[in-house]
Design a protein around this ligand. Structure first.
Ligand SMILES: [Zn+2]
Length: 304
């Protein structure tokens, strides 16, 4: 904003007020007796009035010109900031300093809104289904549990449900580190898995043979030691890939269920044939890969 024009406008307003006040005083006093006789007093009085009103008119026009040349503050910012836009006109310097950071924080906030709405648009177009759950009933069952804050009772309930759904799975729940769960999952006489959670999201998985020693009281330590069998080291890799595949921030319970369903499909690890080559063994390995959708068995080399 042009401060010179603003100064001129303010001065003109002040002059106008003074002159108007003088005019009113003059009118209030009426025709004065000053002793001079050279011309009729009424005429002189009218002359003075004319002169004062003429000056007022001139100053008024001047004020209109100056005000017309003033630039108004930018409309979008003024409308976003409402009354805070008047901070620019503050006379104290400490308050004036608030205006610039306020404007830039509003701009950032606008950007965040814009980017997040764009991201939402893009993500909502992604129709990849990562769990086995039927999406038509998702909306009814969807609830707003946050991913990292689930009550221990609710989580235990979910795991008990899963335990019941898959009779071959034997789930032991431990909480070695405050609320975060570490599971020891046994699958018949095939394998055992250590599954660590962050909130309700699976964080890491280790798979070992059913006969490998695991200390159930120190599962966190066990996470650092791999299986001594190559086949279970392979399945550990597949398990972590599957965990990432099923991971879903919108339906975390179903991602856990889907993962457990996938893990349960290893119950026939040593007595199944590869869907592609119809052999039990390839390079001395059983079919270690499970199709993430159909759970069909494949050798890793034969997978579609
Ligand atoms: Zn094969």
């Amino acid at each position: 904003m042009d401060l010179n024009n603003m100064q001129v406008a303010l001065n003109t307003v002040r002059t106008l007020r003074l002159e108007l006040m003088q005019l009113i005083i003059e009118i209030g006093e009426g025709v004065k007796e000053d002793g001079t006789q050279c011309e009729p007093k009424d005429n002189r009085y009218i002359c003075t009035m004319n002169e004062m009103v003429g000056k007022l008119g001139n100053h008024m026009r001047h004020l209109e010109q100056v005000v017309g040349s003033l630039s108004s503050p930018p409309a979008p910012i003024a409308s976003i900031l409402y009354n805070t836009s008047y901070l620019t006109q503050e006379s104290t310097s400490d308050r004036q300093a608030l205006y610039t950071p306020l404007v830039s924080s509003h701009k950032w906030l606008d950007k965040v809104h814009k980017f997040s709405s764009n991201a939402l648009q893009i993500l909502s177009q992604n129709s990849l289904k990562k769990s086995y759950h039927n999406s038509s009933s998702n909306k009814k069952k969807r609830h707003q549990s946050t991913l990292l804050n689930i009550s221990p009772q609710a989580f235990d309930g979910l795991l008990t449900n899963i335990d019941r759904m898959f009779p071959d799975l034997n789930i032991t729940i431990t909480r070695p580190c405050s609320s975060n769960v570490v599971l020891l999952v046994g699958l018949g006489r095939v394998l055992q898995a250590i599954v660590t959670f962050k909130g309700i999201m699976i964080e890491w998985v280790i798979v070992k043979g059913f006969n490998e020693p695991i200390n159930p009281n120190n599962l966190q330590q066990e996470l650092w030691s791999e299986s001594r069998y190559q086949v279970f080291r392979k399945i550990t890799d597949h398990a972590n890939a599957a965990m990432l595949h099923f991971s879903s921030s919108t339906l975390p319970e179903f991602s856990v269920k889907s993962f457990m369903m996938w893990l349960n499909s290893y119950t026939n690890l040593f007595n199944s044939v590869c869907k592609a080559c119809s052999n039990r063994l390839l390079n001395a390995y059983p079919p270690t890969w499970r199709d993430l959708r159909s759970l069909e068995t494949y050798h890793f080399e034969c997978k579609p």
